[in-house]
Structure formats: structure tokens, C-alpha cells
Design a binder for this molecule. Structure first.
Ligand code: F6R
Length: 248
């Protein structure tokens, strides 16, 4: 596990962009994408690079981690909308090459989990971008999720719904109660993983991921079993680690 501590979010985003840009040199790059605030700076850099340097996404394929259940696909807070607003509409990616679990209908959601996992299995993700929840979740795999989980339906914990209420007029009751998410085993199949964590409210989760026991109480701790993981932190998120830059 490589841990890089940066001065601030801008520097974290720059480091993440460098790693993504390497993968974009391939013929048919396959990117695993996340939503939330952590990757937004990276996505801005991808859009700026596309405009400035003509980096093309015509042959790029993407798979997202998760989606809320019960929100219309084009609801302003769906992850479908998030990805279009923050990345896809700013680059020349083909809509048919982007994949996001379809969570609009509660009916048939178990079939959607199987369908998504099957589709995902046909590809090898070159780089998977992740954020981390303040409770140590990755994607929507909350504490207690088995390490061998595949794409599944999850009930969102109070803390996660509280954290995400900021996107729903600060009203926790508007935050969906369930989501569809790639499982921990699905995520671990990626060739390379880059996790972004910034801000003091991530410091405990970051500490548990890197220094705690590897177990289901901190889903992100599973990443210590992967052979190519880079953790990008700002100083606030790294504050419990007492290291500067290290290769573990
Ligand atoms: C989103 C996702 C979540 C977020 C996590 C951190 O697709 O998978 O695990 O990465 O909740 O969210 P932010 O970045 O908003 O702090």
C-alpha cells in the first residue's frame, strides 16, 4: 500500500490525475469511477486536460461503483446525474461505454445486481477510483459487509445518510435508505486502486484502514490485501498517522 500525503485537496487531485493519465495511454482504458466530493477535483482535471490537450475518451470504458435505489435515473442527486454533470458531459466519452447500476426501480433490483456483476466481470478495471466514508465504507459497503461480497443491495447506515444529507437540502429524510453497490470482492478485482481521502472527518477512518485490524468492521481495511493500492491524503485526513510519505 503506497500512502502519499499531500498539502491540500488540489495536490491530491493532481496526484490522482497523474495515475489516471498513465492508464489513459492504453488502447482501451477501463476506468472504475466513484461519486461524492472526493473525486471531483480529479474529474475537473480530466475535463481540463481533454479541452487543453485533446486527450480523447472515445475508447474509454467506465464502470461506476454504486447508485441510490428509488431515485429516478435523472434525479438531480442520482449518481447517473452526478457523473454526467461532473465528468461525462465535459469529455468525449460515448454514453454506451459508461456503466452505472440502474437503481430507479425497487422491483427487479436483485436481477440488476446479477446483471451488473456479470457485465463488470467481462472487463478488467485498469484503475479504480475510491473515496472512503467516515465509517470506513468503500462504495456503499458498510461495516459488516463480507469481504467476498459481489454487487448487492445495501441498507444505508445512519452515519452515511447523515453525511450525504448535505446533498439533499440537509434533510436526512430525503436521503434514500437503500443503494445498489459493487461488493468488496468486485472492487478488489481491479488491477490498480487509488483511494482519495481529504478533511479531518476522514482521519479516523483513514487510521482504521491503514493501522487497524483487517476486518469487516472497517471495510476499507480489505485494501491492504491488494497489491497495487495508492492512498492519497491531505494533511487533515492523515493527521493520526504520524508519517510523511511512505511505501508500506
Ligand atoms: C461513492 C462512494 C462512496 C464515497 C464515500 C465518500 O460512489 O462509493 O463510498 O466515496 O462515501 O464520499 P465523499 O467523497 O463525498 O466524502
Amino acid at each position: 500500500m503506497k500512502i502519499i500525503i499531500c498539502k491540500n485537496y488540489e495536490e491530491v487531485s493532481r496526484e490522482a490525475f497523474k495515475l489516471v493519465k498513465e492508464v489513459l495511454q492504453k488502447d482501451r482504458p477501463i476506468l472504475g469511477l466513484a461519486t461524492g466530493s472526493s473525486p471531483v477535483g480529479l474529474y475537473k482535471k480530466m475535463i481540463a486536460d481533454h479541452h487543453r490537450n485533446g486527450t480523447s475518451y472515445q475508447s474509454v470504458i467506465t464502470f461506476n461503483l454504486d447508485e441510490y435505489i428509488g431515485l429516478p435515473q435523472k434525479h438531480e442527486q442520482s449518481y447517473y446525474s452526478f457523473m454526467h454533470e461532473n465528468l461525462f458531459d465535459g469529455i468525449d466519452i460515448k454514453e454506451e461505454n459508461t456503466h452505472i447500476p440502474f437503481g430507479e426501480n425497487k422491483e427487479g433490483i436483485e436481477e440488476e445486481c446479477l446483471r451488473y456483476e456479470e457485465e463488470l466481470k467481462q472487463y478488467e478495471i485498469d484503475v479504480q477510483i475510491l473515496g472512503i466514508g467516515s465509517d470506513g465504507h468503500i462504495a456503499f459497503n458498510e461495516p459488516g459487509t463480507p469481504f467476498d461480497s459481489l454487487t448487492h443491495v445495501v441498507k444505508l447506515e445512519g452515519q452515511t445518510r447523515k453525511d450525504n444529507a448535505r446533498f439533499f437540502d440537509d434533510n436526512i429524510h430525503l436521503v434514500p435508505t437503500h443503494a445498489i453497490t459493487q461488493g468488496l470482492e468486485s472492487i478488489m478485482r481491479a488491477k490498480k486502486i487509488v483511494l482519495i481521502a481529504t478533511g479531518e472527518n476522514k482521519a479516523d477512518a483513514v487510521y482504521a484502514m491503514i493501522r487497524g485490524e483487517i476486518n469487516i468492521d472497517c471495510p476499507a481495511s480489505i485494501l491492504r490485501k491488494h497489491e497495487d493500492v495508492t492512498i492519497l491524503l491531505d494533511e487533515a485526513a492523515a493527521k493520526r498517522l504520524e508519517i510523511n510519505e511512505t511505501n508500506e
